[in-house]
Design a protein around this ligand. Structure first.
Ligand code: SF4
Ligand code: SF4
Ligand code: SF4
Length: 344
């Protein structure tokens, strides 16, 4: 592991070297929203975009899983099978810790069990993750309630912090390539360097801001509390009352991994496609004979909480939620899951 400083003056030169080897995606700000954008030119000014790898804004609107677990993807066929192909080396420059954690959920489901999804695995392997600190959490952020921090502690290829306009990198494993490709542009930092102290203060301030946004911790036995409440229809109905079943909370969620497969005729053969699915769909749990254990919406509503904060914790040792807040930012019914979970 090493710590390196890239001065503001050297950023464009480094980006130019990066673009020669990788497709580079960065969060940019447009009309007060942050979205992923493929960097076409190393000249930040020429991109006429506000690139926010480690600046004020939080995670982009799109969940990072879209890069590896695409919303719609051909995954099989006859007589021609589908292959993952040779993925292009890619850098996501400026993902946030909540999105890094969300990929751990997909890793567990799609690569670490008995099944290894070759499509996801290929994209995951070819994607370098540079995780940027969040200096200014927003009102919708609640990573702290899940025991997470607004900066990466493990699992990133490189961690990026903006310090007085310069870019401070901490690299691990293959992340060393990012700084190693241009050693002349980076200054190595000792543990006691001023920039590392400033980074520590910025991180403390961000954690303190999160404690103000979300001051009250949840029930320490959230899984047990959800299990005990699962058949309490009055509780779930009260919270689900304003839901219009638009599925925005599930489609935008970086940890949701449910999918549906369908086959269709194509060029004299068959093509199999995978699309994201949503457990709030009325037919989601319906079985072949027509029976549906979750025919009533209130059961589907409760099931989402049971899946993310009870069953996943039991089966994989972590919550299937990273506290990103996308679900209630997207919610037309203004349902804030923090309120639901806070009452358990
Ligand atoms: S939830 Fe935490 S990690 Fe995610 S954007 Fe907000 S402060 Fe950053
Ligand atoms: S459930 Fe909501 S807060 Fe949790 S990861 Fe999904 S979108 Fe983010
Ligand atoms: S986003 Fe809100 S209204 Fe839409 S399905 Fe989710 S909880 Fe219901």
């Amino acid at each position: 592991m090493g710590k390196y400083l890239l001065s503001q003056a050297n950023v464009n030169q480094w980006l130019s070297m990066l673009l020669a080897r990788y497709e580079v995606f960065v969060p940019v700000e447009r009309e007060s929203q942050v979205h992923w954008h493929r960097l076409a030119s190393p000249d930040i000014e020429a991109n006429t975009l506000s690139i926010t790898p480690a600046q004020k804004r939080i995670r982009p609107s799109e969940p990072v899983k879209s890069f590896m677990f695409q919303p719609r993807q051909r995954v099989g066929g006859m007589p021609q099978p589908a292959e993952p192909g040779e993925p292009v080396p890619r850098v996501l420059l400026g993902i946030k810790n909540c999105d890094l954690v969300s990929l751990k959920v997909h890793d567990k489901v799609l690569t670490e069990g008995g099944f290894n999804d070759p499509f996801y695995a290929a994209q995951r392997k070819s994607t370098m993750l540079v995780v940027a600190d969040c200096p200014s959490p927003e009102q919708s952020c609640f990573c702290n309630l899940l025991g997470l921090t607004p900066y990466a502690q493990e699992g990133a290829d490189a961690v990026l912090s903006l310090v007085n306009g310069d870019w401070l990198f901490e690299t691990e494993r293959r992340g060393q390539e990012l700084t190693g490709m241009a050693p002349g542009l980076f200054a190595g930092l000792a543990e006691y360097a001023m920039e590392i102290t400033v980074r520590g203060e910025q991180r403390k301030a961000a954690a303190a801001a999160l404690s103000v946004i979300n001051p009250r911790p949840w029930n320490p036995d959230l899984p047990g509390a959800i299990g005990a409440r699962l058949n309490d229809a009055a509780f779930w109905n009260r919270h689900a009352d304003s839901c219009v079943e638009c599925f925005g909370c599930l489609m935008g969620c970086p940890t949701c991994y449910c999918f549906l497969l369908y086959d269709q005729a194509k060029d004299g053969g068959l093509e199999r496609t995978r699309v994201w699915d949503a457990c709030y769909e009325a037919a989601y749990a319906r079985v072949g004979g027509g029976a549906n254990p979750r025919a009533e919406f209130v059961r589907r509503f409760a099931n989402r909480f049971d899946c993310k904060w009870n069953q996943f914790k039991r089966d994989y040792g972590m919550y299937a939620c990273s506290g990103c807040g996308r679900c209630f930012k997207a919610c037309m019914g203004r349902i804030d899951i923090r309120k639901v979970l806070g009452e358990l």
